[in-house]
Design a protein around this ligand. Structure first.
Ligand code: MN
Length: 498
């Protein structure tokens, strides 16, 4: 489900033809060495391909046009080894449709004090060339990412790798397709929005489907397929039966197994990679899809409940951006439920009534069937677990009527230190930055939703870079947030993004 194209990045040495062949040969050789190092580095998630020296307007236009036309090219990385006059880039940049990172690095780490002469200075003038190159972006008011530092430095490589994931997110955003079953929960504002605008700005397709279009897919799942998947659940998860009859418990689990297979078949047949549903309109489904959806999220589908179509798209985006990331801890749909206000132990308990993504779980996962306090269906079977600890980000994409705003908050996930034996859902407990009081006030001032797309593996910087590529506002709440400055930032953004 998380299949991603074999994305590549074009590495383009920026130079000019004033220096003679010897220098241009060195530029190409050094660039080849840098590209070789990038392709070996564990921090770099996608292949980097060396392109010819960008010497003239014609070469620049041809290279950028090739990038535009190459569906596997996710972005361009430039490196100004020498001076490279930036008027030459105007035509190419006007038409460039791929993200561009200005890798402001230098071939040599140290100035060779003993040998340095004017030839060396001309050949190695990144400090000079990168400024000229950057100027044209400022003048043309084009979005690009600048990463400064030595190309062997681990932190610099990490930064470049993180940006590459953002660039892939930009490209893959165009392929996000959300099936919205049963429209939305009545009267709810924050999870709704302008779907036409979302397609225009982000490339997301959001289609409405009656839930009863899915039901035949669920009903068509054979008893054998249902039994096999149920066996798999029983192998993978422990069981909290709450004294229920074992046969009846298994029958309830089988309902979810058939849903997992049936819903996935519907999504595959109609080419959707994200979806939402709504507990108040379940048509012919016997239970609120719970365990079934939890499993689909863990497979890589985006999801949001109650007809929320923006969160599924964001969850899918996060899963794409973190695909294959070493040591990744998970990205998931979450909902702010209830506070702990005890001094020193402040935080928010995150969960949902059923659909909590087990990607973020730690330790054992159990199957449990308990009554849902809403709706009129059978008790749904859910996966129950607690989550991993550590830093993460919570995000909310909202529609302000005339534009989108992405709100990103740094959070610290913690153990609650208590059992919650009566709670039949997966949970995460986090403390927002800079603290519960300011973090919550800022989130509310920004208009953020109770639904979030959460990730342990992405940074606020990456979401900001993605939002910049999309041309939308990004309001970050972090360690340095104060209410006065944050409110001012929102006021300024009202003018800037209008
Ligand atoms: Mn909800």
């Amino acid at each position: 489900m998380l299949e991603i194209k074999p994305y590549k990045f074009y590495f383009c040495p920026c130079t000019q033809d004033l220096y003679g062949d010897e220098v241009l040969k060195h530029v190409a050789e050094h660039s080849k060495e840098i590209v070789g190092h990038l392709n070996e580095a564990e921090e770099i998630p996608y292949e980097v391909v060396l392109k010819p020296n960008l010497l003239t307007d014609d070469v620049i236009q041809a290279t950028f046009a090739e990038a535009n036309a190459d569906p596997n090219c996710a972005g361009i990385i430039t490196f100004a080894h020498t001076f490279s006059p930036s008027k030459s880039y105007i035509h190419g940049l006007r038409h460039l449709q791929k993200p561009l990172c200005q890798f402001a690095t230098q071939y040599n780490e140290e100035i060779p004090y003993k040998e340095i002469d004017m030839d060396f200075m001309n050949e190695n003038q990144a400090a000079h060339g990168e400024r000229e190159f950057g100027h044209i972006f400022a003048r043309m008011r084009l979005e690009h990412k600048v990463i400064f530092g030595y190309w062997k430095d681990k932190e610099v490589l990490n930064e470049l790798g993180s940006w590459m994931r953002v660039a892939v997110g930009y490209n893959e955003s165009q392929n996000i397709r959300v099936a919205r079953f049963a429209d939305t929960m009545r009267n709810v504002a924050v999870t709704d929005g302008d779907k036409v605008e979302a397609e225009q700005v982000f490339g997301w397709t959001v289609d409405a489907w009656p839930i009863n279009e899915v039901v035949p897919f669920v009903d068509a799942v054979s008893p054998k397929e249902t039994a096999d998947l149920t066996d798999e659940y029983y192998d993978l998860y422990s069981i909290i039966d709450d004294g229920r009859d074992a046969k009846e418990f298994r029958r309830l689990v089988e309902v979810q197994a058939a849903q997992e297979i049936g819903i996935e078949r519907f999504l595959e047949e109609h080419n959707y990679n994200a979806f939402s549903d709504h507990f108040d309109d379940l048509g012919g489904l016997k239970q609120l899809p719970s365990l079934s959806i939890q499993r689909l999220m863990a497979k890589g589908y985006g999801f949001g409940a109650e007809g929320d179509w923006k969160t599924p798209a964001m969850v899918r985006l996060m899963k794409i951006m973190t695909a294959g990331q070493k040591g990744a801890k998970g990205s998931a749909f979450m909902e702010d439920y209830t506070y702990n206000l005890v001094p020193g132990k402040e935080g928010i308990l995150e969960s949902h009534m059923a659909e909590v993504d087990p990607s973020v779980s730690e330790g054992k996962i159990a199957l449990r069937a308990t009554p849902l306090s809403m709706g009129n269906r059978e008790d749904p079977v859910r996966l129950v677990f607690t989550a991993q600890t550590g830093p993460g980000i919570a995000t909310s994409m909202i529609d302000l009527g005339d534009r989108f705003r992405l709100i990103v908050q740094d959070v610290e996930c913690k153990k609650v230190g208590h059992q919650m034996p009566k709670l039949p859902t997966g949970t995460v407990f986090w403390a927002p930055k800079p603290n519960l009081k300011i973090g919550t006030e800022a989130w509310i001032y920004a208009g953020g939703a109770h639904h979030t797309a959460f990730s342990y593996d992405l940074s606020a910087q990456q979401m900001q870079d993605w939002a910049d590529l999309m041309g939308i506002e990004c309001a970050i709440i972090d360690e340095n947030t104060t209410i006065r400055n944050f409110k001012n930032e929102l006021r300024v953004n009202d003018v800037v993004y209008r």
